[in-house]
Each structure stands twice: as C-alpha cells, then as structure tokens.
Design a protein around this ligand. Structure first.
Ligand code: SAH
Length: 232
C-alpha cells in the first residue's frame, strides 16, 4: 500500500502537498483506493476526498496501530568508502527500527568531511523513502558525523563488531537490555589500534560466524537480530 507524508491538516482532512503531491500524482491513485498517511508520527488509513491542482485532501478512514520498537540501538557505522553502500545501510537501519545512526570517520573509512556534510540532506531523504516503505512513523535519526576516537560507552550494552578479535558470539549478547551502542567498521575493517582502544574503553567484541562479512551484512544481521529478539 502506498504511503505519503502530510505536514498539515485542513478541517478534518490531511493535506498532501509539495513533493509528496508529486509522488501522489505519479502513483495514479484512484478515488476508491486506500493509502497510508504519516502525520505527526501517527499513521492513518485514508482515501482521497479531493484532488486539487496542487494538493490532495485526504479523508481519514481510521488511525492505524503504530509498531513501536522499544529497544534503542545507536549504530556507529564507519562511513564506507563506497558511499552507495552507506545509503544501503541507512535503508536497512530505517527498516529495521534502529533509533540513531552515527556516521563515523575511522582510519580506513571514507574521510572527506565536506563531502559527507553535503550528503546529509540526501541521507534524510533516503530515511523518508524507507519510512514510507516500512510504515515507520518516527524517523531514524542521523547524527552529526564523529571521529571514532570520540565514541564512548554511553549505552547499557556497548558492542564492537570485530572480525579479527575473538569475541562473543551472537547468542551470548545480552538481549534483555533496552539500550545498545554498536560500532561497525568500513569495508577495510578497523585498525588493530582502533579496535583495541574501543575494547579498552569497555566495548565488548562480537564475532559473527562463520565468515567475514561485508560491513552492511554485519550491521544488518546484528541490528535485526537484537531488535527481533528483544521485541518478540
Ligand atoms: N577487509 C576486512 C574486513 C572488514 S569487514 C578484514 O579482512 O579485516 C567490515 C566490517 O564488518 C568489520 O570491520 C566488522 O565491523 C564487520 N564484520 C564483518 N564480518 C564480521 C564478523 N565475522 N564478525 C564481526 N564483525 C564483522
């Protein structure tokens, strides 16, 4: 089912306008078709009441239940040198229910800070697209990028996914917590020093079995598993 964002209510109707109106037109939605509208972090089932020149007025049929993820995951993802891969990670994180993504600079990550700051707007757009697909109503928040040295054990459970240190297996991760911080390397991995520093700060190393995975596979697996095991 199609989903649109609305920023405005007019009388009892939700208003679709601007870029969302263009999407609405492209989808060629018939008068009888129902669709979802995200308005003020709530989800509504709607039908078009009136399609005007630049806006659609939507009749609310019912308020739909919203799936809340009660587990908070902050993903410190080292920015992949292939920036497209990072966009995939943003999509996965939004769909999975990750709360916050912190783009992280490390020795082997993409390192052009100016280029990253220019990407922020596009990344926010990707979050919105993924929210529509998945019916998520609260956005994945993308934090200001930071250097890996600045990451601290700010969460109840602090994990580093490290493919070269022996570490916990997936089934040894504490799944009863509500707050996780997870650090994942870029394509080239962490340097020995980066990984050692995080472990000295108190991060627990997690080793996924059986093989070395791409960064996006590793973060997808761990975030998805934690959220699904904690929110059965
Ligand atoms: N070329 C690197 C591989 C890095 S994989 C090397 O050979 O060391 C990219 C990132 O994904 C890693 O830094 C780690 O954070 C994560 N990762 C991949 N496979 C993993 C595994 N089996 N266990 C834990 N983390 C893994």
């Amino acid at each position: 089912m199609h989903t649109f964002f609305s920023e405005k209510k007019k009388d009892k109707y939700l208003v679709i306008e601007g870029r969302e109106f263009k999407h609405f037109k492209v989808r060629r939605i018939s008068g009888e078709e129902t669709f979802r509208v995200i308005y003020q972090s709530e989800l509504y089932l709607c039908k078009a009441y009136k399609v005007e020149k630049e806006i659609v007025l939507c009749n609310i049929l019912e308020k739909l239940p919203v799936e809340e993820v009660s587990t908070s995951i902050t993903l410190y993802q080292c920015i992949t040198t292939d920036i497209k891969t990072f966009e995939e990670i943003i999509r996965y994180s939004t769909e999975l229910g990750v709360k916050e993504l912190v783009p992280t600079f490390s020795a082997r990550s993409f390192r052009n800070k100016k280029a990253v700051s220019k990407k922020m707007e596009r990344w926010e757009k990707i979050v919105r697209e993924s929210m529509k697909l998945s019916g998520r109503t609260l956005p994945l928040s993308i934090a200001e990028p930071i250097d890996i040295q600045r990451i601290e054990t700010n969460h109840d459970v602090n994990l580093i996914l490290d493919n070269f240190h022996e570490g916990k297996s997936m089934n040894e991760i504490d799944i009863n917590s509500k707050d996780y911080g997870i650090v994942v390397g870029p394509e080239g991995g962490f340097t020995e020093k980066e990984s050692r520093t995080l472990m000295d700060k108190g991060f627990e190393s997690v080793r996924l079995k059986p093989y070395v995975m791409r960064a996006e596979t590793a973060s997808l697996l761990v975030c998805g598993a934690i959220i699904n095991l904690c929110n059965p």
